[in-house]
Design a protein around this ligand. Sequence first.
Ligand code: COS
Length: 384
Amino acid sequence: MTGPPSDERRQVVELARSFAREHLAPGAAARDAASRFDRAVVDRLGELGFLGMLVPEAWDGLGLDTGTYLLAVEEIAAADASVAVSMAVHNALPAQMLVRHGSEAQKERWLKPMARGELLGAFALSEADAGSDAAGLRAQAVRRGDGWVLNGTKQWVSNGGTADVVLAMVRTDREGERRGAHGIGCFVVPTDTPGYVVAKREDKMGLRSSDTASIHFDDLALGPEHLLGEPGEGFVYALEALDGGRLGVAAQACGIARAALEHARRYASERRQFGHAIAEFEAVAFRLADMATRLEAARSLMLEAARRTDAGGHASGIVAMAKLFASETAMWVSTQAVQLFGGYGYMRDYPVERLMRDAKATEIYEGTSEVQRVVIARDLLAST
Ligand code: COS
């Protein structure tokens, strides 16, 4: 933030915080234990406008700045990081791809109801053999008449089992005429299209109540109006959108770290050993100080990346730094919290072990920490 937070930002963040505390925090542990994705919770976020945060008002969104959106994601994640996945993926990936590259007709048909929270979006890029090397994907679209037929399997699709619309990256180049990163299209796939198959719902270490699925396209036929922008540029649109997606993961990581710090701070003041509250021991107090310092640094970097994103121009490097630093902070802070809780920290009865499991995902999804370092290093070296 360059100046004092605006009233609008304060109000949005306050709304997110009170919704998260009243409606998300109480059921988070039970949803995690049951691996239960609750679409009703996400629909409620939509009713509050939280699924159209970055969409201009002309398209029924709230038209907010990126920093305000991220602080709202942090609030949701501090209560339930799995719910924050649905919110962040929907806002930053499918909705932003439609904002940037959708035709007027596509915006009218899909973006507006997505911004109003009536349709939930997903983003399908990864495949079994194309994770970090995303341009190596194999799902194939072939032309039929003026439309397309899609075949292939997408992996680790957040919201994939419950979304209404998936923006899917699928090859449009032909065997023998491969065009690498420029031979991939982006298709708007309504999930009630015949041939859309939810192949597997993943059983994950953390973020257990988020919906992560493998989806299969089985001779899935689409009209020409389902192709977003140019037929060979879908991968570029995806990487562009992932810059925003990665900031959402940074916000999620800040929320997880904040929750871990808050639990640890409270526990350290209450837990007594050797006749003292453990917070009175320097080893514990210094640990808390380091946790708080890293969290502040992560949030500041995230907000600076948001500011540069909104200022326009190339922000991939600082976005990758924010995602890398915030996710490693969430992992470190949540691990410290588990340690500070001692034996209780390792038990499911206390919330910090869930936070540690959830934190791990932020170092992996929407580009691993290694991929973020690739992006940062490329940026750095290109400017020398
Ligand atoms: N914004 C806009 N365009 C971008 C971009 C961005 N942030 N990043 C790359 N591009 C463009 C490039 O300029 C390039 O176009 P030209 O060929 O015209 O120059 C094109 O997209 C391909 O980019 P690049 O050559 O860098 O692609 P690579 O195959 O080398 O991939 C990495 C680079 C590894 C960084 C990329 O594949 C990646 O981010 N992988 C991880 C994928 C991921 O995050 N998956 C998670 C999915 S959600 S669970």
